[in-house]
Design a protein around this ligand. Structure first.
Ligand code: SF4
Ligand code: SF4
Length: 89
């Protein structure tokens, strides 16, 4: 298994209404997060996303959003500061 992000902390969002199914996000994503079917992309493996931002940067339809560069290190740091579980916000 490849690197995994902290479960449920990934900020990746896909607006299927805006997606044209060009498939660019599948080519760009280094972690195989997306799959293509029914005319649009879908998030197949959300927790594999490392929030590099490549998909959102390259999507020609503006269908993808992700808080690039946040990463799980930030969540762990914030959790330690607050004495809580890892948390991004
Ligand atoms: S790059 Fe954007 S428009 Fe193209 S398949 Fe992915 S989400 Fe859809
Ligand atoms: S942010 Fe990076 S790792 Fe996450 S889905 Fe987009 S391209 Fe893949």
């Amino acid at each position: 298994m490849g690197l995994r992000y902290l479960s449920k902390f990934v900020t990746l969002e896909l607006d299927e209404e805006k997606c044209t199914g060009c498939g660019l996000c599948l080519e760009v994503c280094p972690h195989g997060v997306f799959s293509l079917g029914a005319g649009h992309s879908s998030i197949q493996d959300r927790d594999a996303c490392m929030e590099c931002g490549g998909c959102a940067l390259n999507c020609p339809s503006g269908a993808l959003r992700v808080r690039a560069g946040v990463g799980c290190a930030y969540a762990i740091f914030l959790g330690r500061l607050r004495g809580t579980e890892p948390c991004c916000g």
